[in-house]
Write a protein that binds this ligand. Sequence first.
Ligand SMILES: [Cu+2]
Length: 218
Amino acid sequence: MRKLLCIASTQLVCWAAQASGLHVQVQDREGKPLAEAVVVLYPVGRAAPASAPPPGPVLIEQERMRFVPALTVVVPGTQLRFANLDRWDHHVRGTQATGLAALDPNAPAGFEFRLAGRAAGQAPAATELVVDKPGVVLLGCHLHGSMRGHVFVTDSAWTLKTDESGVARFEGLPAGQVELRVWHPELLVEPPRQALQLGATTLQQTVQLGVVPRRRRL
Ligand SMILES: [Cu+2]
């Protein structure tokens, strides 16, 4: 027998108490596991779950001409801290990524700032800022055209990055209908969201994207 759990929030929401799982395998154009894809779930018929930003800043370093990590997933209200570990300057810019069908028109505004190179024995130069709206921010450097990174500011607490085996594992979800969204930095156009029904058992879902990831420099 199904038990219903009722949670009072802005409106009374009844969720099936059965916990369910969803494992999403994301593949590239050749069917190989695609790491660093973002998988987002939205419950159908009710607001997406929100989660509070972390109490401290999330670090994005500039190290050996790269943004580390290359892809950062955060919720709105998160403070980002950019720190330059290289001995030379970087001029970081963040712009709204274009060409994404589902992109929020109110996505975070752009930013740019220069971070001086790190002197031996000194703390790295750093800048902090808050991303306050959902959307995708493309990171670049005015001085080094090869530097690229992304910040995915999600509008659902049910958001995961795929691991090295291309899998995102959601556990303990309430049963019900969800929309599945998959995004990857190399996508030019985001595929349509898929509707899925979550039940009592763990659902396995495979999503293939027309992406061949660029080889990253070591
Ligand atoms: Cu640079």
